[in-house]
Design a protein around this ligand. Structure first.
Ligand SMILES: Cc1cc2nc3c(=O)[nH]c(=O)nc-3n(C[C@H](O)[C@H](O)[C@H](O)COP(=O)(O)OP(=O)(O)OC[C@H]3O[C@@H](n4cnc5c(N)ncnc54)[C@H](O)[C@@H]3O)c2cc1C
Length: 288
């Protein structure tokens, strides 16, 4: 039987100091849906699990003056059911409503999803397209960075030992903005994506010309990525059928799809080509 001590700090500083005391023998745990699986599979064997569950202020969703703040301990289920997310950020409802099962979504957190840093993390792609920043605190103090910069490889982030991800900050978006996410899977539930595509666009007052575009791709590179060449073909143009088709082709060309048990590279690229135009249309409808 695997043995560990479960520690329940009451404050962020106490959690960080416990991590410093126990060093590499310690691991933070949020919902535990990734950590416990890894312990059971023998991939990790921490002697101390430091729970983040009792830390104040990490479980809130705050929407004020157009800025959205999501605490790292917010569960996928909280995001899925939040009226403000459904109304203002349906791209996040698209992603969270299809993670695992209700039981998983009730405990699994958005912070854990990001720090686990698998290329298939459903939470990451829409947040990247929304331009989310992350706030982090650790033994050396507090810092912030763009979420898209945090990933350095499969299962790896820029977080240093003892650092805690506190929250995601989504800045106020321009008017006429809409977004959509599609997790492409073989089954509807309890399935990791073959690929994930998110599109967020902002439109000018004519509701046709694109003023800003962001396309996020999951499972199409070792880390979540943006299709920046495809974004630039949309920006400044009227979003007509042929431009959307071209954006899909460019995104398929710039992703780094590979073969895996869940899908082959050629199929992943073909789906990117289809999903980018399709999701851009949904994003345009939502922008309206
Ligand atoms: C049956 C099943 C189905 C699943 N389906 C999906 C799916 O469809 N899509 C998907 O994306 N994922 C899926 N997952 C993976 C998992 O549920 C998510 O990644 C989840 O969001 C992880 O959150 P958690 O709170 O459980 O993280 P934990 O397991 O508690 O932690 C994960 C990692 O993050 C670290 N960590 C957690 N919070 C913080 C923090 N605030 N600061 C610093 N470090 C932190 C931990 O130390 C650990 O390394 C599934 C898992 C299971 C078991």
């Amino acid at each position: 039987m695997v043995k560990f001590e479960y520690l329940k700090p009451k404050s962020i500083d106490e959690a960080i100091s416990l991590h410093q005391s126990h060093g590499q023998k310690a691991k933070y745990i949020a919902g535990g849906t990734d950590v416990m699986v890894k312990i059971k599979e023998g991939k990790i064997s921490p002697q101390y699990l430091i729970s983040l569950r009792h830390l104040q202020g990490l479980g809130r969703i705050i929407y004020k003056d157009g800025e959205l703040r999501i605490g790292a301990m917010v569960t996928h289920r909280m995001l899925e059911l939040s009226p403000v997310i459904r109304k203002e950020f349906p791209i996040l409802t698209d992603s969270t409503a299809n993670i695992g099962s209700v039981q998983i979504r009730n405990v699994a957190t958005i912070g854990g999803n990001i720090i686990n840093a698998v290329p298939s993390a459903d939470g990451a792609i829409p947040l990247i397209t929304l331009g989310a920043e992350v706030r982090i605190r650790g033994p050396k103090g507090e810092r912030s960075m763009a979420l898209e910069d945090i990933f350095i490889g499969p299962g790896q982030t820029l977080l240093e030992a003892g650092e805690i991800l506190l929250e995601f900050i989504i800045p106020k978006l321009p008017p006429h903005t809409g977004g959509a996410y599609c997790k492409h899977t073989r089954r509807a539930a309890m399935e990791l994506p073959i690929l994930g595509v998110a599109v967020r666009i902002s439109l000018a007052d004519d509701m046709k010309t694109c003023t800003e575009a962001r396309i996020g791709l999951g499972v199409l590179a070792p880390t979540p990525m943006r299709a920046q060449n495809a974004e630039s073909i949309l920006k400044g143009r009227k979003l007509e059928e042929k431009i959307l088709k071209r954006a899909g082709e460019i995104a398929a060309g710039e992703c780094k799809a590979r073969d895996s048990v869940r899908g082959e590279a050629w199929y992943r690229r073909a789906m990117v080509e289809i999903l980018v135009p399709r999701l851009t249309k949904v994003a345009m409808e939502r922008a309206g």
